[in-house]
Design a protein around this ligand. Structure first.
Ligand SMILES: [Zn+2]
Length: 183
């Protein structure tokens, strides 16, 4: 008769403390991690803690002078890239919305890469036979390729890889909430 229907449930609805990667930290606007790391479950894009899951950011990085060597020869750049590349494998938190954006970026990006390559190579190889239409296709393919790379870089990547140096990875574009979580 005297049961109190308003008694508080014993289990608290809020989660425990945010798990932080032991070694991640902020350095100005940049987020610094080890080569292999797991960031706290905070969305890297909007800073929310709700519905956040890790996505894997596996990437390679080479210094600018290695990239510029493509001007000398693509083969030279490929060789230098393989020698000087540094790799990271970092688990980054993203909320449901930003995981969706990332999936769209991956779809548009890889779809665009495939379409762009087909148009470009197809156009270049048939240009002698078919003429200007093929050249136009090749140019369109090039534009589609650039668009695909931008989609991959800005929609699909949870963080922007700035550089890898001294066994540390430097990311740009992390939300302030993530900076706060790593401390
Ligand atoms: Zn988000």
């Amino acid at each position: 008769m005297n049961d109190n229907p308003f008694s508080a449930p014993s289990a608290s609805s809020t989660g425990g403390p945010i798990a932080t990667s032991s070694s991640a930290y902020s350095e100005g606007d940049l987020l610094v991690t080890e080569l292999t790391a797991e960031l706290p479950l905070v969305c890297a894009k909007c800073g929310t803690h709700d519905d956040v899951q890790h996505v894997r950011l596996k990437a390679q990085w080479v210094p600018m002078w290695v990239r510029l060597s493509i001007l000398a020869s693509p083969l030279v750049m490929l060789i230098l890239w393989l020698i000087f590349r540094k790799r990271c494998d970092v688990q980054v938190g993203l909320c449901g919305n930003h995981r969706s954006t990332r999936m769209i970026g991956l779809g548009v990006g890889y779809g665009g890469l495939a379409l762009g390559l087909v148009l470009m190579l197809g156009g270049v190889f048939v240009v002698d036979v078919i003429g200007e239409g093929a050249l136009l296709a090749a140019l369109l393919g090039f534009v589609v390729l650039i668009g695909a790379i931008i989609a991959l870089a800005y929609l699909a990547m949870p963080l922007r890889l700035k550089k890898i140096a001294d066994e540390r990875v430097y990311f740009a574009g992390a939300h302030a909430g993530l900076h706060d979580a790593v401390g």
